[in-house]
Design a protein around this ligand. Structure first.
Ligand code: SF4
Length: 1009
């Protein structure tokens, strides 16, 4: 097979001995050079098993191994290939540590702890710690957030391969960290004694072996003659050290050995994993004399896009390796939209058109999102509306979230827990494994309530139910549960197969899967196979002794990211929806880079923790901020260089509706484009065409012939696609507009004794903020009073506020004991309002943390005022409310509102907060407040959120920002009075309880396209 390489690529491929640094930008063929070198060496100089190839992750390892095997066996005609040593760094280190465990004082090959297990081991160890070892942080030892911070610190220490003297030096620099560093050393000794090793320590152990044991080093030098490293810019210090000892060029000279390390410092985006992008500049320090090959031609980017991205990344620093020739075809388009729905709709149209007109497969396109959580729902709606298939590639998505896998985990919880959570049992009943209808589950819950039994007890002895199939299904559930119980001590994978084989679903899925590849049964079966593999690996790593209960215990801790032993999510086909980081190392024909707004990219301020691991890298806040921005610019650079044909960058005000185009857009193109005006675009689906014709049909101002033509077109669509419900008149339930009442709701609800004229509104900030989010949500929640089960949240908030208030007003003595006692008493009164005991326990603990932080950080008893009621008039309208706390600071008032959420809002949201702006207005106009002084700052305080710089997290608004935010108020009041209660397509629907009633959501039926 003939492969064409350019001169620079050829030079790296043909290099003889010693080290070579192959630098190149996106699309210059770095990975290809390494692969070609592997093939050349394996076919002409040595055997494949003597070439060690490092790649960054397991997915790349599998793909590369497959490609190389094919190349060697099929294209190069090799008779047999025994081993192709492609490794991830951790896999290689584990191989080494398991083999030479005795040299590291393990008594047997250590068990590798996964990330959740590592977290759990630190949590348990902190729980056992004696308070005297923690003079500064003893009150935090059992706090989840604190465990996270300690884990972060451990990881960073591992990535930097810090040894004892370095840790001691750190303790001298940060005396408050001394107790943490001592704990770190104790914990590691304990893990080693128990033959356990965590991921961060694994690489350090491998370095220790190579650095201190000549025989290990020499044998590896003999075994691997050539080394290849991909993505070299992402190496953490510990990986650099490992590579240093693997080559030992600076001490022993290269001999007949070689190293080719390929990288692009501009694409280094994993500093959160310990990567040090600048280390490549000091390559000679680790590997001595070397050649540098610059891959100067990008075969992916076209000239215009190439010049734009070079200008962008050039703002970070000057580097000589950037491509000079752009021989690819990728072009750049930047579009700006007036709102998020227009943005996602335009993207959906672009991919649909590219598929229809240019025949580009959906799988060969990608949409990269800055903030997947908030952008995904509207994007999914837009893609669904245009019938664009897509799959959300979230590599960190735990397998446990697959419904079928979750059902199995829930079955195990039912089998092995004395008092299983009622929600878990109800979820299991509805799951595909059992398959009861919602109504039947509710019937069972009702029976349980009336007969004062638990749901589990009712399942054991069920009544006659309305659904005749429910009885056999419940019987199967009990049978499966008992079967699993009987396998309590069996390895988890064996127990799984026994139960799975017995379930009716097993046969059903297999039967359905045989009907065709399109059947969703394939997805469930894939998930189950992956689950069984995950269980297999879990058992294997415990030397065959991991039971299902052990597994549940481990995944129970995994609520903070992926389970590393689980396989990555399968792509379900269709357009790939990925995060910016997830796009690294990949390419597609068309890439839409969406949501490019300030605050998302660049991210702006990062939260800083108690033991901020960042401190280990950078102490100066200004240069830290600069480094953050440089990294964000690299992330953007990586995203806009993924397309081989078209890169479409889009921006809009985004989910907050107030976002500004990212500064990176201007850096990329020299200016920010104007907002695209909605054009009359051709319909792309039958449903869209039918909707368009229906609009003409319903338009009484349209000409007669035009309406008749529309009717004929709808009839034709019915003929061509009888499944198109948008063209079926019987389905047009929505052709009636919103029901107009004869009397406005306000008039119906008016209080005859009210002193406000009927055209004026009485409201509160929380009500008007609801309207600010969405008119329909306001109608349901405020006007119709339908706000469902938020009672436990509200009750909990009242309890916390009450304790704070009593401390502030002197009703309680300012001492922790009194505060906790009062809290306990108040909490007892609301305990029954929580849906289940687990939730009540969690809230109770959260409350304790809040009270503790209040006492420590918020100067109890020192407020100028607490719980101040206010009333402001604005153009005759009346807004009332309460302010939690007013302090005087430097002659100005600081107005605070306590929030019991653990997740603070974005900084920008606080700056534009209507609530804080109304407080500002109140402080300027309410007599009780004006006499205290001028407002200087408004803030939301989050005593339940992780501490920020060792202080309670807050989000602030200045008086100038308040003046700006309050200008939105009159239009909102007008909207309420005009009873404009339409759902807002850009609303933040994340916590809205009315989705089942909302026409914008599939639960409440979609609006016509
Ligand atoms: S789901 Fe969203 S659009 Fe619908 S009512 Fe709730 S907030 Fe409004």
């Amino acid at each position: 097979m003939t492969i064409t390489l350019d001169d620079a690529q050829r030079k790296a491929v043909d290099h003889s001995t010693g080290a070579v640094l192959a630098l190149g930008g996106p699309g210059t063929g770095k990975t290809r050079v390494l692969e070609e070198r592997f093939v050349r060496l394996a076919t002409s100089e040595t055997t494949p098993d003597r070439i060690l190839f490092f790649v960054p992750n397991r997915t790349q390892k599998m793909a590369l191994q497959n490609r190389l095997t094919r190349r060697l066996l099929i294209d190069e005609d090799l008779d047999a290939v025994i081993e192709i040593p492609v490794y991830t760094w951790h896999a290689f280190a584990y191989h080494l540590v398991s083999r030479h465990y005795d040299k590291l004082d393990y008594s047997e090959p250590p068990v590798l702890l996964t990330s959740p297990e590592h977290w759990g081991s630190i949590r348990d160890a902190l729980g056992r710690e004696d308070d005297v070892n923690w003079p500064h942080h003893k009150h935090l030892l059992r706090n989840r957030g604190f465990v996270d911070e300690v884990v972060d610190f451990f990881i960073r220490v591992g990535q930097r391969a810090m040894d004892r003297p370095e840790l001691e030096a750190l303790a001298n620099l940060q005396p408050k960290w001394f107790e943490l560093i001592s704990f770190y050393q104790r914990h590691h000794t304990e893990l080693r004694q128990r033959n356990r090793v965590d991921y961060p320590t694994l690489l350090r152990d491998a370095v220790e072996l190579l650095a201190n044991f000549d025989d290990v080093r020499t044998s590896l030098h003999g075994r691997f003659q050539h080394l290849l490293v991909d993505d070299g810019q992402e190496l953490a210090l510990v990986q650099q050290r490992l590579l240093h000892f693997l080559t030992a060029f600076t001490t022993d000279g290269p001999g007949d050995r070689s190293l080719v390390l390929a990288g692009d410092p501009d694409s280094a985006i994993e500093t959160f994993r310990g990567a040090e992008p600048d280390w490549i500049d000091d390559f000679a320090k680790e590997f001595g004399e070397h050649d540098t090959v610059t891959l100067a031609t990008s075969y992916r980017l076209g000239p215009e896009l190439g010049a734009a991205v070079t200008g962008l990344i050039g703002r970070n620093d000057a580097r000589g390796h950037r491509p000079e020739v752009f021989a690819g075809a990728a072009t750049l388009e930047v579009k700006r939209f007036g709102n998020l729905s227009a943005e996602v709709d335009a993207i959906a149209r672009e991919v649909r058109m590219a598929h229809l007109n240019d025949k580009i497969p959906f799988e060969d396109m990608a949409i990269l999102l800055t903030s997947p959580r908030s952008m995904l729902p509207p994007l999914e709606r837009a893609l669904d509306a245009l019938e664009v298939p897509f799959s959300v590639n979230a590599p960190d998505r735990p397998l446990g979230r697959e419904p079928i896998v979750r059902a199995f985990a829930d079955l195990a919880r039912l089998a092995f827990t004395d008092d299983p959570d009622v929600d878990v049992v109800a979820e299991l009943l509805r799951s595909p494994l059992i398959g009861l209808e919602d109504a039947t589950v509710r019937e069972l819950e009702r029976v349980a309530r009336i007969s004062e039994r638990t749901l589990t007890e009712v399942i054991e002895d069920p009544p006659t139910l309305a659904d005749p199939e429910a009885g056999p299904k419940l019987a199967e559930l009990v049978e499966l549960r008992d079967l699993l119980r009987s396998k309590k001590d069996a390895p988890a994978d064996e127990a799984f197969w026994v139960v799975w084989d017995r379930s009716h679903l097993c046969g059903e899925l297999q039967e359905r899967a045989e009907r065709g590849l399109e059947d969703p049964a394939h997805r469930d079966l894939d998930a189950l196979v992956a689950f069984s593999r995950a269980l297999g690996r879990f058992v294997e790593r415990r030397r065959g002794s991991g039971t299902f209960t052990d597994y549940l215990d481990a995944i129970g801790r995994a609520d903070f990211g992926s389970d590393p032993w689980l396989p990555p999510e399968r792509s379900g086909g269709g357009v790939n929806v990925v995060s910016f980081h997830g796009a690294k190392g990949k390419e597609w024909s068309i890439v839409a880079v969406a949501g490019v707004v300030e605050g998302s990219i660049p991210k702006g301020r990062r939260a800083t923790g108690l033991f901020d691991p960042y401190f280990l890298d950078e102490t100066d806040p200004i240069s830290r901020a600069r480094k953050n921005e440089m990294e964000d610019r690299r992330v953007f650079y990586v995203s806009v260089t993924r397309a081989t044909q078209r890169c479409i960058v889009t921006t809009s005000p985004g989910p907050t509706r107030r976002g500004e185009p990212s500064r990176f857009i201007e850096e990329l193109t020299g200016d920010v484009p104007g907002v695209e005006l909605g054009a009359d675009l051709p319909p792309l689906t039958f449903a869209e065409a039918a909707a368009r014709h229906r609009r003409i049909l319903a338009d009484v101002t349209a000409g007669r012939s035009e309406r008749i033509a529309a009717l004929a077109a709808i009839a034709r669509i019915c003929e061509v696609d009888p499944t198109c419900s948008a063209a079926q008149p019987s389905e047009w339930w929505w052709r009636w507009d919103w029901t107009e009442g004869a009397i406005p709701i306000r008039t119906q609800q008016a209080d005859p004794d009210d002193d406000l004229p009927p055209d004026k509104l009485r409201t509160s900030y929380s009500r008007i903020s609801t309207y600010d989010n969405c008119g329909l949500q306001y109608l349901f929640a405020v006007v119709l009073g339908l706000d469902p089960d938020t009672s436990h949240n509200m009750a909990f908030g009242s309890v916390i506020h009450k304790v704070f208030e009593e401390l502030e007003t002197g009703a309680l003595p300012v001492e922790p004991k009194a505060a906790y006692a009062r809290y306990d008493k108040l909490f007892e009164e609301i305990r029954n309002q929580f849906p289940n005991r687990a939730m009540a326990r969690q809230f109770y603990r959260d409350g304790q943390v809040m009270i503790e932080r209040y006492g420590k950080h918020l100067r109890p008893g020192e407020a100028a005022k607490a719980e101040v009621g206010f009333r402001v008039e604005l153009e005759g309208h009346r807004i009332t409310g309460r302010i939690d706390r007013v302090d005087e600071r430097a002659g100005k008032l600081v107005i605070s509102d306590y929030k019991t959420s653990r997740h603070p809002v974005q900084f920008n949201e606080a700056k534009e907060s209507l609530q804080l702006a109304i407080y500002h207005l109140a402080a300027k106009s309410d007599p009780e407040l004006t006499e205290l002084g001028e407002p200087g700052l408004m803030q939301l305080l989050y005593p339940g959120a992780p501490l920020s710089r060792n202080e309670v997290a807050n989000r602030t608004q200045t008086p100038e920002q308040a003046e700006e935010a309050i200008t939105r108020l009159p239009a909102l009041i007008e909207g309420v009075l005009a009873e404009d209660f339409r759902p807002d397509p850009e609303a933040n629907c994340q916590w809205c309880k009315f989705k089942p009633l909302c026409p914008l959501w599939s639960e409440g039926k979609e609006l016509p396209a």
